[in-house]
Design a protein around this ligand. Structure first.
Ligand SMILES: [Zn+2]
Ligand SMILES: [Zn+2]
Length: 347
C-alpha cells in the first residue's frame, strides 16, 4: 500500500481539503503513474457534492489525468518507466463482453469502473487524479504524444474524448455541417475537433459573448440561441449537432435545425428528463442520441490526432489550494476553458 497526498472531499457539503489516500501495490499488470496535471471536470463537482448519488468519503475526484510512469508490474508490456501517459474516466471493465471485445469498454455490459468514487472489480473504492500518484491497469493508461504538453493533454482524457467520439461516430468531416451547442470545456474541444476533421462548424450559444473565441477556435459561424430568428434561419441546415449543455434545452427546437437523417447527440447530461416532440424526429427521419466518452483505443486515436494536428484545449493552470475557488468559477461558467491542477503543488 502506498500513502499519497491528495486533495479530497470529506463530505458532500464541505470544501475539498489536503489529505492523504491509499493506493494499492503495483500488481503484475499495473503501472504506477506520478501524476503531473489533473483537469477539473464539471462531473467532479457533481460527484463530490452527491448530486449523482451518495459517495464514500474522503473522495479525491479527477478523471483527466496526465503523468509519467514511474514503475511497471512484472507482466506489463504496453508501457515503460518514463512514458508519458494519461488516464481518463474509467480504470477497468469486464474485458469479455461484446462491447469490451470491440474496444468500447465505456459501454461494458457489467459497467465500466469509473476512475473515482466507484467500486473496482477487487472491491476497493476508486480515487481520482487530484493526487500525486495513481496505480492503474496498464490497459487503461494511454500514451500522450510528445507533441502535447502534459498540462494541456489532461483535459483531453474527458472533455477531449467525449466530443471526439461522437464526431467520429457520426462521420463529421468534409462536406458535413456540424453545430456545437455551448462553448464551454466540452464545446470548445468539439469546435476544434470538428474543424480539424474538415467539417463546417457553427457554434450555437446563448449570447454572442464568446463569438471572437469561437471563431478563433475554428468555428465558421456563431449564432445566439436567445435570438428566435436563429432557429428560423438555420432550420434544416445541419448534419450533426453536438449538445454539450447539461441544463435542459428545448430539444425539439434544436431538432428542427437538422437536415433529413441528421442527428442531435447529447454529451451533456441534464439531471431532468427532456421532453421531445416526436414529430420533429419522424418528419425528417432525424435521430436524437447520446454518447459517453470513448473506448481506450479511440482515446489513443484522439490523442494521436491531437499530436498530429497540434490540437490542445485552452487551459488555466492552478495550484491545489485554488481548487475550491475553481469549482465556484466552473459553476459560474467563468473559465476559458478548462482548469488544470498543477499536481506538483500537492507535494
Ligand atoms: Zn469529465
Ligand atoms: Zn465488458
Amino acid at each position: 500500500m502506498l500513502t499519497v497526498n491528495a486533495y479530497a472531499a470529506t463530505s458532500a457539503t464541505e470544501p475539498l481539503v489536503r489529505t492523504t489516500i491509499e493506493r494499492r501495490d503495483v500488481g503484475p499488470n499495473d503501472v504506477l503513474i506520478e501524476i503531473r496535471y489533473a483537469g477539473i471536470c464539471h462531473s467532479d463537482i457533481h460527484t463530490v457534492r452527491g448530486d449523482w448519488g451518495p459517495q464514500h468519503y474522503p473522495l479525491a475526484p479527477g478523471h483527466e489525468i496526465a503523468g509519467v510512469v514511474t514503475e511497471v508490474g512484472s507482466e506489463v508490456t504496453r508501457h515503460r518507466v518514463g512514458d508519458r501517459v494519461g488516464v481518463g474516466c474509467m480504470v477497468n471493465s469486464c474485458r469479455e463482453c461484446e462491447y469490451c471485445r470491440r474496444g468500447e469498454e465505456q459501454y461494458c455490459r457489467e459497467g465500466n469502473v469509473q476512475t473515482y468514487g466507484a467500486v473496482d472489480r477487487d472491491g476497493t473504492i476508486t480515487q481520482g487524479g487530484y493526487t500525486t500518484h495513481v496505480v492503474v491497469n496498464e490497459d487503461f493508461a494511454v500514451r500522450i504524444p510528445d507533441a502535447l504538453s502534459l498540462d494541456a493533454a489532461a483535459p483531453l482524457l474527458c472533455a477531449g474524448i467525449t466530443t471526439y467520439s461522437p464526431l467520429r461516430h457520426w462521420n463529421a468531416g468534409p462536406g458535413k455541417k456540424v453545430a456545437v451547442v455551448g462553448l464551454g470545456g466540452l464545446g470548445h474541444m468539439a469546435v476544434k475537433f470538428a474543424h480539424a476533421l474538415g467539417a463546417e462548424v457553427t457554434v450555437l450559444s446563448q449570447s454572442l459573448k464568446k463569438r471572437e473565441d469561437g471563431l478563433r477556435l475554428g468555428a465558421d459561424d456563431y449564432r445566439a440561441t436567445s435570438d428566435p430568428e436563429t432557429f428560423e434561419r438555420l432550420a434544416d441546415s445541419f448534419d450533426l449537432i453536438i449538445n454539450t449543455v447539461s441544463a435542459g434545452i428545448d430539444i425539439s427546437a434544436y431538432l428542427g435545425l437538422l437536415k433529413v437523417d441528421g442527428a442531435l447527440v447529447n454529451v451533456g447530461a441534464p439531471a431532468e428528463p427532456l421532453p421531445v416532440n416526436v414529430f420533429s424526429l419522424l418528419l425528417k427521419r432525424r435521430t436524437f442520441a447520446g454518447s459517453a466518452i470513448g473506448g481506450i483505443a479511440e482515446t489513443q486515436e484522439m490523442l494521436d490526432f491531437c499530436g498530429e494536428h497540434g490540437i490542445a484545449p485552452e487551459i488555466e493552470v492552478i495550484t491545489a489550494d485554488q481548487i475550491n475557488e475553481a469549482y465556484e468559477r466552473v459553476l459560474a461558467s467563468d473559465v476559458r476553458y478548462r482548469f488544470v491542477i498543477d499536481i506538483a503543488t500537492l507535494n
